[in-house]
Design a protein around this ligand. Sequence first.
Ligand code: UDP
Length: 194
Amino acid sequence: MKVNVLGTRVDALDTEQVVQEIARFIAEGNPHQVVTLNAEILYRAQRDQALKELINTADLVTPDGAGVVWAARRLKQPVPERVTGIDLMYRLVKEAERTGWRLFLFGAAPGVAEEAARNLKKNYPKLQIAGTFHGYPASNEEEALLSKIRQARPHILFVALGAPRQEYWIRRHMQELNVPVSIGVGGSFDVIAG
Ligand code: UDP
């Protein structure tokens, strides 16, 4: 079910239902964008019509942030729980080890995505990390980045550039990348790298 918070759409799904939806997106195979919506972005979307439009046309929008959950409840359209970028990423990693989904980690300072990948592999030895790339590519590196992602053929692309930069990046490139699921996860790689 979709809920409307200040003109911005949020999906009223709990974490397990979000994982099921993502599994369905992967089975479909065509590109999908997942947004985890926090209060800061929701606030920004009030003044930024392009951002609001992007969120409202994403394939899945999760309530990331107590403020969003609170606002939905106030508007008498409750959502089940917070689904944050980091929680969703950990949950999907676990599912990926079980199902064999390949993951690509793009974003954060040089070295951080690799370190995050190493830490994930420690806990989930059978996990398939198809590739990593840091989040500060020079304009002449952009093509190498895109072709690295395409060749890795991941099922899920995690993009950690901060919001809303990552949401715009995903929207701009999702069709050419042809990855079934792309998700913006903010500062999650820094957290996982420790
Ligand atoms: N970042 C990046 N490229 C950029 C700007 C930011 O890779 O051009 C990374 C930054 O290194 C950090 C993350 O994006 O890992 C932003 O984290 P933050 O916690 O600010 O994002 P939020 O969770 O607030 O969206």
